[in-house]
Design a protein around this ligand. Structure first.
Ligand SMILES: C[S@@+](CC[C@H](N)C(=O)[O-])C[C@H]1O[C@@H](n2cnc3c(N)ncnc32)[C@H](O)[C@@H]1O
Length: 132
C-alpha cells in the first residue's frame, strides 16, 4: 500500500480528482469537501477508476455555524500565539513553525526593496465573519 496508513485526512476545497485520490492511494482515510458537486464528482470518478475508498462531502468551508470563533487571525506566528510549552515542544521535535503574513508585510516588503507596483485588486467577502 502507500505511505500514509491509518491517517485521517480532511481536504478542503479539494475537489477535482487530484489531491484527494492521491492521498487515498497513499493509504490515508480521506474525506474531500468542496462547494462544487462537479468537482466532487471528479474525485469520485478517480476513486472509482482506481478502486480507492474516498469519502466526499459537499460544503462551504466558510460555513462556521452560528457563532464563528476566529482562532488564528492574520498575521500569525506560532511563537506569539502558542503557549511557551507547546512552542518549545515544536522546536524540540523538529516540527515546522507556521507563519502567515499580512499584505502589508508581503507587498510592502517588496516595494520597500524597490519593486514597482502599478495595480492591485484585493478580493474578499464583505459580510463574511471569516473575512478578517
Ligand atoms: C482552484 S480549485 C482547486 C481544486 C483542487 N484543490 C485542485 O488543486 O485541483 C478551488 C476549489 O475550491 C472550491 N471552492 C471554492 N470556494 C469554496 C468554498 N467556499 N468552500 C468549499 N470549496 C470551495 C472550488 O469548487 C474548487 O474545487
Amino acid at each position: 500500500m502507500g505511505d500514509l496508513p491509518n491517517l485521517d485526512v480532511l481536504c478542503l476545497a479539494s475537489g477535482g480528482g487530484q489531491q484527494a485520490p492521491l492521498l487515498a492511494a497513499a493509504g490515508a482515510r480521506v474525506t474531500s469537501s468542496d462547494l462544487s458537486e462537479e468537482q466532487l464528482a471528479l474525485d469520485e470518478l478517480a476513486a472509482h477508476r482506481e478502486s480507492l475508498s474516498l469519502n466526499t462531502v459537499r460544503g462551504d468551508m466558510r460555513d462556521r455555524g452560528e457563532d464563528p470563533v476566529i482562532r488564528y487571525p492574520l498575521p500569525y506566528y506560532d511563537k506569539a500565539r502558542l503557549s511557551p510549552e507547546r512552542y518549545r515542544k515544536l522546536i524540540e521535535s523538529g516540527e515546522t513553525l507556521t507563519f502567515s503574513h499580512s499584505l502589508e508585510e508581503q507587498i510592502g516588503g517588496q516595494t520597500e526593496a524597490g519593486f514597482a507596483l502599478f495595480g492591485l485588486l484585493e478580493d474578499g467577502w464583505k459580510d463574511c465573519p471569516l473575512d478578517p
